[in-house]
Write a protein that binds this ligand. Structure first.
Ligand code: BG6
Length: 488
């Protein structure tokens, strides 16, 4: 049995986290260009001038908007990890060659909107940006990779946020759809699998979200869902061979106790965090429980007949998702010490699982469980876009980064995924997150390594950016060559 012969194997990265060259090639700044690095215990921060012209900073948020009256500002005494990142912009040929050496049959990255339309539609297309991605995708094709490309990963040009105040303004829908149209049209000969918004659900309000922020995020999310559907319609009209997927941040959690209240709280979290967005994108309409969500947050989205028709007509062709770790939900009071980290959301500790330095709880069986849940619910082809583990790593004296913990993590997750596929889950590909070391999205660190390819760069900007093959590089090469059979 095992994986089907045409199963796609590869790795995933994203423009803002890997490219660097933040102000080269006609690119305009994006919000993370103003962010400094956090640590194992602290998230990254964005720095700016507040409405009184005073230097200020706050935890970075994927919505990208600053407080009222604030202005994005760089400060000379701060180090911004995204400015150079892994410098893929200048190393892409070398990096793609290394990926090809591992045997990749696919590759996922995102296109920086700020390279294509640095100042929005009014500012016109930046040909240098268009050429850059053509070169990248041609390089992939040269080695026989079938790239799956993401359009948006929390990196709209800040010029658009300044013009429109962010995604609460419907004008962002038109801006995005035009950006998407240019990408489909420029690259349709090289790329036929696309994803609209990366982890569109991560701004979904949770228990602690203040009401005004929750209301803002629900409007923001509605506009992105409509934009995604419109872009999907544009792609299908342009070329019936283009497949456009959704990409949702995975959510796998357990109730802490058998208390039915815990079990229901867990289910509700899954509905709100995962299904609210995934149902809308895959089924073409908000799920019935969305009424309950809107009531809880005291908001009426006033969804027009036109928006409903767009959502219906622009359904996703496949469901992409990320899965890193699982969580725990409870309605019982928890001590602060019982809280641990997780992708986007902190969670309650699971006594049965180990965690990495950031507290993300490693759970391969949870991965299999999650694959079954979403396969049963959505009945569309699934694509695992992100799966990986953040570790602190350095090259050893022999010049090699020995990373048994990474191999162990992927071995167990691929084994779990294989079992799920053998049990009928319709999964067509797997890309490991951060196949080459890059800047962490949550903490902005370069020290948080995810790759099979080591990049010599740390949180303070020390490093010469040389690349080297980790032990996991050779291990993954063997996995791909054997189509997932040889996991030793
Ligand atoms: C995913 C994001 O949710 O998590 C990636 O799509 C991110 O961009 C990844 O890098 C890992 O999170 P972090 O915070 O460790 O970078």
């Amino acid at each position: 049995m095992g994986f089907p012969n045409n199963f796609l194997w590869g790795g995933s990265i994203s423009a803002a986290q890997i490219e660097g060259a933040w102000n080269e090639g006609g690119k305009s700044p994006v919000a993370v260009d103003y962010c400094t690095a956090g640590s194992t215990t602290g998230m990254r921060e964005i720095w700016y001038l507040d409405k009184d012209g005073q230097r200020a900073h706050q935890r970075w948020e994927a919505v990208g908007v600053l407080p009222q009256g604030a202005k994005y500002q760089l400060f000379d005494d701060l180090h911004y990890t995204n400015h150079v990142a892994s410098d893929f912009y200048h190393h892409y040929k070398e990096d793609i060659a290394l990926m090809a050496e591992m045997g990749y049959t696919t590759f996922n990255t995102s296109i920086s909107w700020a390279r294509i339309y640095p100042y929005g539609i009014k500012g016109g297309i930046n040909q240098e940006g268009v050429d850059f991605y053509r070169n990248v995708f041609e390089e992939c094709r040269k080695y026989g990779m079938d790239p799956v490309i993401t359009l948006y990963k929390y990196d709209e040009p800040v010029s658009l946020n300044e013009q429109y105040g962010g995604w609460t303004n419907r004008k962002m829908i038109d801006e995005f759809v035009e950006f998407a149209r240019v990408c489909f049209s420029e690259y349709k000969d090289l790329v036929n699998k696309w994803m609209t918004f990366n982890e569109i659900n991560i701004i979904m309000p949770g228990d602690d979200t203040p009401k005004d922020i929750a209301q803002r995020n629900l409007i923001y999310l509605h506009h992105q869902l409509v934009a995604a559907a419109k872009a999907t319609i544009v792609a299908h009209e342009m070329d019936a061979n283009l497949k456009v997927g959704a990409m949702i941040c995975g959510n796998m959690a357990y109730p802490l106790t058998p208390d039915p209240k815990d079990a229901f709280a867990r289910y509700k979290k899954f509905q709100d965090f995962f299904c609210y967005s995934a149902d809308t994108q895959v089924r073409g309409e908000y799920p019935s429980f969305a009424q309950r969500v809107w009531k809880e947050w005291d908001i009426d989205l006033n969804i027009s007949v036109e928006d409903k028709a767009i959502l219906k007509a622009g359904k996703a062709d496949f469901l992409g998702f990320s899965y890193y770790a699982s969580g725990v939900v409870t309605t019982h009071t928890t001590d602060e010490n019982d809280i641990t980290g997780g992708n986007v959301l902190g969670t309650v500790k699971n006594p049965y699982l180990e965690a990495n330095a950031w507290g993300w709880q490693i759970d391969p069986l949870g991965f299999k469980h999650f694959l079954h849940i979403i396969n049963d619910r959505y009945q569309v082809p699934l694509f695992d876009v992100e799966n990986g583990i953040g570790l602190i790593e350095k090259e050893d004296e022999d010049g090699i980064c020995h990373d048994p913990a990474r191999i162990d993590y992927h071995r167990r997750h691929i084994q779990a995924m294989k079992e799920a596929v053998e049990e009928g889950v319709n999964l067509f590909g797997y890309t490991t997150w951060g196949c080459i070391d890059l800047v962490s999205a949550g903490t902005g660190q370069m020290d948080k390594k995810y790759g099979f390819i080591y990049v010599d760069m740390d949180d303070q900007g020390h490093g010469d950016l040389h690349r080297s093959r980790k032990d996991s590089f050779y291990w993954y090469k063997k996995v791909i060559a054997s189509n997932g059979e040889d996991l030793d």
